[in-house]
Design a binder for this molecule. Sequence first.
Ligand SMILES: NC(=O)c1ccc[n+]([C@@H]2O[C@H](COP(=O)([O-])OP(=O)(O)OC[C@H]3O[C@@H](n4cnc5c(N)ncnc54)[C@H](OP(=O)(O)O)[C@@H]3O)[C@@H](O)[C@H]2O)c1
Length: 229
Amino acid sequence: MEVAVVTGASRGIGYALSKELHSRGVQVIATARSEDKLKALQAECDGKLEYRVLDLSDRGAVEAWANELSEKGIQISHLINNAGSLVNKPFGEITAEELRRVYEVNVFSVFEFIQRTLGLFTSDVHVVNISSMGGFQGSQKFPGLSAYSSSKAAVASLTECLQEEFAEKGWAFNALCLGAVQTEMLEEAFPGFAAPTSPEEMAVFIADFAMGAQKYLKGKVLPISSTTP
Ligand SMILES: NC(=O)c1ccc[n+]([C@@H]2O[C@H](COP(=O)([O-])OP(=O)(O)OC[C@H]3O[C@@H](n4cnc5c(N)ncnc54)[C@H](OP(=O)(O)O)[C@@H]3O)[C@@H](O)[C@H]2O)c1
């Protein structure tokens, strides 16, 4: 059976994606900090989805979780690094703590979790890193999002690096730079903006991509947007 690890599954795109993958017969292991919402997700998946409460900004917790998966003998066929953290503030007002939180969740945890689960990847694993149009080179940038967008650019570049690093394996690493999707995070970034895409619609796209595109696309950083932002 295919096993997908989905981070940031308690709301928004990750919640919808976990449900979508579950409906396609994939064994989903979902993570986030909000246990009540993960429980609700599990209930919506007939109790068959596995979840793990985890703060991705806690290095020790990320390591412990990777060890747990290893002890259980989990083989990961799809890793969707979807969790995201955003601060929307003028550049000069972003504190060191806010900057660190954004990078911990959006970049460092992705780096470390992949590092620690390399031994659990199936021979044809597809790692999908969820980036943003803000992190896509040459895209329009917006004031207030310097920490967030630069972190998303880092994870896009990391994706390309990983594909080269593991070129001899059958593994695929791709980054999707999403445009606007109607979630709580979008409301934080662009208050009042109406997105053309719902989390459920984006979940179908990501599930299709995660389950099929790796044969043709490897090490790619792809803009997924019909509008700007
Ligand atoms: N929505 C958009 O328009 C848009 C556009 C471009 C890119 N994206 C990207 O798409 C992904 C999903 O976005 P979304 O709009 O669905 O965001 P969202 O509704 O804000 O959900 C973010 C998810 O990340 C989890 N998360 C945040 N901090 C965490 C931490 N420290 N540890 C563990 N989990 C954490 C949250 O769960 P807890 O709070 O329960 O921990 C939540 O499940 C993100 O990477 C985002 O950057 C979104």
